[in-house]
Ligand binder design. Structure first.
Ligand SMILES: NC(=O)c1ccc[n+]([C@@H]2O[C@H](COP(=O)([O-])OP(=O)(O)OC[C@H]3O[C@@H](n4cnc5c(N)ncnc54)[C@H](O)[C@@H]3O)[C@@H](O)[C@H]2O)c1
Length: 361
């Protein structure tokens, strides 16, 4: 395609900055317009990032009326659904930020609309582009672990509650479990080949976000800052998932995959309050294999790379549009991630196990 790919950005807050900086590195992409419901915010964004010739709107429909190939949806979680549906209906390909949505029904609707429109719907999980995440998937898929029966994923920030749109139920829909939990779920489910979730029993709490001693905006905190869930996956796999934005503990432990023949332990990279969860890089990978009765531990060499994973996720969207490929991280797959989050919210509210049923689309 000799013509440039024409992109719009909807929601010009924090993460939109990473999207525009990625697009601005691509000579075959032109960002034509930006929109944000807060009047003047899109215009300030266009000026701040010197987006030559881009138009700025406070109505998404004005942006969607333009001749665009694709749209980055960078609104808070609760708006991913409607904004994506509007963009797909207007004939644009969509890269939506994570988590895909808040509820399973919203995710289903997004996939159905994308299918009807014949447009790409891809979800922005940039850790997928960390080569070490591919290594984890390759090991799990290779069969070296034997029958995998138990997976533990998640992780905990000791003090890492975000602010703004992340703590309001109306805009975020849910707290830590959806915000960073979706990454942990994606790491585990992607390695396993995205099996279907069957049931979930979950617990969540908010002892830190609502306490002014620990959080500066406690009076506005409406979501959970900790959660734990036990999920049954098809194929006889139990998934134990825990996540915190804040707690009195340094870590909730590593991610582990237990197989009948071997086990795998993973730690997240980084240090400090924002580490310990799968929203960054891979810290270590160790394979536990008991051969002839002798337990062995083999650290797997990490690939120290200079991959800009955020750039790669945005680039994959553009390449898919340009080359007519399927969605790099398809909505049809991430429905299962969203179904677990939806199940967690329902189960934690009801205080009991719930079934997860994902209708056909
Ligand atoms: N991939 C990542 O690394 C990463 C990092 C941070 C945030 N995120 C995700 O990106 C999304 C946005 O996060 P953020 O930190 O940029 O939040 P933010 O609050 O800084 O920005 C969101 C913007 O969207 C605007 N907005 C809200 N509703 C809208 C609507 N209906 N139409 C148009 N604009 C609307 C808001 O006014 C705001 O400017 C969230 O879903 C979050 O989970 C992803």
């Amino acid at each position: 395609m000799s013509q440039k790919i024409r992109i719009g950005i909807i929601g010009t807050g924090g993460i939109a900055g990473a999207h525009i900086q990625a697009y601005q590195k691509m000579p075959d992409v032109e960002v034509i317009a930006c929109s944000d419901i807060v009047p003047g915010k899109a215009e300030a964004f266009v000026n701040k990032f010197h987006i030559q010739g881009a138009r700025a709107f406070s109505e998404n429909q004005d942006l969607l009326a333009l001749d665009l190939d694709g749209v980055s949806v960078c609104t808070p979680n609760a708006a991913h659904h409607q904004v994506s549906v509007d963009a797909l209906t207007a004939g644009k390909h969509v890269l939506t930020e994570k988590p895909m949505s808040v509820t399973l029904d919203q995710a289903l609707d997004m996939v159905r609309v994308a299918k009807r429109a014949g447009k790409l719907l891809t979800v922005g999980f940039q850790p997928r582009y960390d080569p070490n995440m591919q290594t984890i998937r390759d090991i799990v898929q290779s069969g070296v672990l034997g029958k995998i029966y138990y997976v533990q994923t998640g992780g905990g920030r000791r003090r890492g509650i975000p602010g703004g749109t992340f703590i309001s139920k109306a805009s975020a829909g849910a707290g830590a479990l959806a915000d960073i939990g979706c990454y942990s779920l994606d790491m585990a489910l992607n390695a396993l080949g995205y099996p279907k979730p069957l049931t979930v029993t979950a617990f969540s709490s908010n002892y830190f976000g609502t306490n002014p001693q620990y959080y500066h905006d406690a009076e506005h905190f409406e979501v959970e800052d900790f959660g734990a869930a036990f999920i049954r996956l098809e194929g006889g796999v139990a998934l134990n998932f825990q996540l915190s934005w804040a707690m009195h503990m340094d870590s909730l432990g590593p991610a582990i995959f237990l197989g009948a023949d071997a086990g795998l332990r993973l730690t997240p990279a980084g240090t400090g309050p924002w580490s310990g969860v799968w929203d960054g890089g891979v810290g270590s990978i160790t394979l536990f294999h008991d051969l002839l009765g002798h337990p062995t531990e083999s650290p797997i060499a990490l690939q120290h790379h200079s991959v800009d994973i955020f750039y790669e996720k945005v680039r994959a969207f553009i390449v898919a549009i340009r080359d007519g490929l399927s969605a790099p991280i398809p909505g049809e797959q991430i429905i299962r991630n969203q179904a677990i989050i939806d199940g967690i919210i329902r189960s934690a509210d009801l205080g009991r196990e719930v079934e997860i049923q994902i209708p056909e689309w």
